[in-house]
Design a protein around this ligand. Structure first.
Ligand SMILES: Nc1ncnc2c1ncn2[C@@H]1O[C@H](COP(=O)(O)OP(=O)(O)OP(=O)(O)O)[C@@H](O)[C@H]1O
Ligand SMILES: N[C@@H](CCO)C(=O)O
Length: 322
């Protein structure tokens, strides 16, 4: 399941007309996505040069939310973070509509994402360093966005989804939501202060491309929002460094956290809340996986993976390295 919205070459040509990038010679749907429709596109310019691009149609993001992503990727790319910043048309406008979806034409980066079995402590250190640099580069970004799958969403969705879960699972989910609400209250009362800024929000290992052993791109930035940086690191840790059943690859986790901290050292308050950040990040993806369903009723990605990760994070709380 990947192409939610089909596009013909004629529709693509019409979309590309204001861009001066060239004529379309190939349009190929990309398998694997669960949130957007993506195509690889090959264009040939007036000099006969073939160049590859990515066309993304946004299935889940409203048009009025798009300027945040256009500006953020442009900002980060200028700061040296390898994210796909969209091409602008001859009037300086990147965002257009294709088949009633907001759509962007983006550079295609070299490389592939690593398979889970290829992940190592070295790669975890690479992504840890990039994540911290991403956070620092976004620190003075001039726009803000509230996550569409953030605290308001999970309060509402967890209450609904809990009804379809076993009593034990429902309790696990609802307790995690409540624990995060308590953290927000503590922060409101001034008892905690956590560094925050723009986060990627979905930096799973399939959203980082590697070529010849080097990271070439961080993609799929459309869950970016403003919240705690540590939450973003927890999302990365839960995906990149988890073995089955919620167990850690301890060497990979250590490498991730040390590489991140080398760029942005942790604060004392961050140390206190790390266990809860890991739990909250696990709950968020458990919940979104319960929601993301194929037309035949099957889950797009297995929700139980994140239920198991959450349970493990609750049973065996973690500490950040000193
Ligand atoms: N700019 C790009 N350069 C090269 N490849 C890309 C680019 N954008 C997307 N891809 C390819 O397309 C695949 C799917 O893209 P993406 O992860 O953005 O889709 P998605 O629907 O948001 O997926 P998911 O939500 O599952 O992460 C990626 O794994 C990658 O192989
Ligand atoms: N990375 C997400 C899917 C896209 O949001 C997951 O694995 O559940």
């Amino acid at each position: 399941m990947a192409v939610f919205t089909p596009v013909t070459i004629a529709e693509l040509e019409q979309f590309l007309a204001p861009f001066d990038l060239g004529k379309a010679v190939r349009l190929e749907g990309i398998a694997g996505g669960v949130e957007n429709t993506n195509f690889f596109v090959t264009l040939v310019d007036e000099q006969g040069q073939h160049t590859e691009y990515v066309l993304t149609l946004f299935e889940d993001v409203r048009e009025e939310e798009m300027p945040f992503f256009v500006e953020l990727t442009t900002w980060l790319a200028k700061a040296g973070i390898p994210v796909p910043a969209p091409y602008q048309d001859r009037n300086g406008i990147a965002l257009h509509v294709l088949n009633r979806r907001p759509a962007l034409i983006l550079p295609r980066f070299l490389g592939q994402h690593l398979q889970r079995g290829e992940l190592t402590a070295e790669f975890c250190a690479v992504i840890g360093g990039y994540l911290a640099r991403f956070h620092k580069a976004g620190a003075d970004f001039f726009m803000t966005r509230q996550a569409h799958r953030g605290v308001y969403w999970w309060r509402r969705e967890s209450a609904i989804r809990a009804r379809q879960l076993s009593a034990a699972d429902a309790e696990l989910m609802l307790q995690t939501v409540a624990a995060f609400d308590q953290l927000l209250e503590q922060e409101k009362r001034g008892e905690l202060s956590l560094p925050q800024g723009v986060i990627h929000g979905d930096l799973f290992h399939d959203n980082a491309l590697f070529h010849a052993g080097e990271m070439t791109a961080i993609i799929d930035i459309y869950n970016a929002s403003n919240t705690y940086w540590l939450y973003d690191l927890a999302i990365v840790a839960n995906d990149w460094c988890s073995a089955g059943g919620g167990h850690w690859h301890a060497d990979m986790l250590d490498a991730l956290l040390r590489a991140y901290a080398a760029e942005r050292p942790f604060t004392d308050d961050e140390r206190k809340v790390w266990p809860l950040m890991l739990q909250t990040a696990a709950m968020r993806f458990w919940l979104s996986r319960l929601e993301q369903i194929n037309p035949d009723g099957s889950y797009m990605k297995n929700p139980d993976d994140f239920r198991d990760i959450l349970r493990a994070r609750v049973e065996r709380p973690d500490q950040l390295p000193v």
